[in-house]
Design a protein around this ligand. Structure first.
Ligand code: 5GP
Length: 138
């Protein structure tokens, strides 16, 4: 599938629409999922044009997972759970809805997990969680 640079995450990378940022470096960005499956649901994306796993350059894959490790350690501290679901969907047939590669990190106990994109979260709560996770990221 061809990459469309008007997708919502490309706009977030360019700063055209806001996000509740957790972490950023030269190759990656992490922010709160706006329709969380559980409290503290975060996303990690690469700053390169990739729709899905098969498009990902190896150096960006390494960078995304390095960032994901930082974020999950911080989530564990803030959300007080060891359980983190790591999820990544490839193609609409697998349920992918935003066509810029992204890894979901969902702190949860398996019985608590909600339906994907059930409802939009409270922005104050998202901002507070992003700030708490940002503070403890190493
Ligand atoms: P996918 O279904 O593609 O694996 O996941 C896309 C995710 O992006 C969903 O969990 C959805 O809640 C999230 N999402 C969609 N639009 C936005 C947005 O504008 N901002 C943020 N922060 N997350 C979004």
């Amino acid at each position: 599938m061809a990459y469309d640079n008007q997708n919502i995450f490309a706009k977030i990378i360019r700063g055209e629409i806001p996000c509740h940022k957790i972490y950023e470096d030269d190759k990656t960005l992490s922010f709160m999922d706006i329709m969380p499956m559980a409290t503290g649901h975060a996303l990690v994306i690469p700053k390169c044009e990739a729709v899905e796993l098969s498009d990902m350059p190896a150096d960006y894959l390494q960078a995304v997972f390095s960032t994901a490790q930082k974020v999950m350690q911080a989530q564990r501290q803030v959300l007080n759970t060891e359980g983190i679901v790591q999820m990544q969907l490839n193609n609409a047939q697998a349920g992918q809805s935003v066509f810029h590669y992204h890894v979901h990190l969902i702190p949860t106990h398996v019985h608590e997990i909600g339906k994907h994109e059930d409802k939009t979260a409270n922005h104050e709560e998202l901002a507070k969680l992003a700030e708490q996770i940002r503070q403890v990221i190493v």
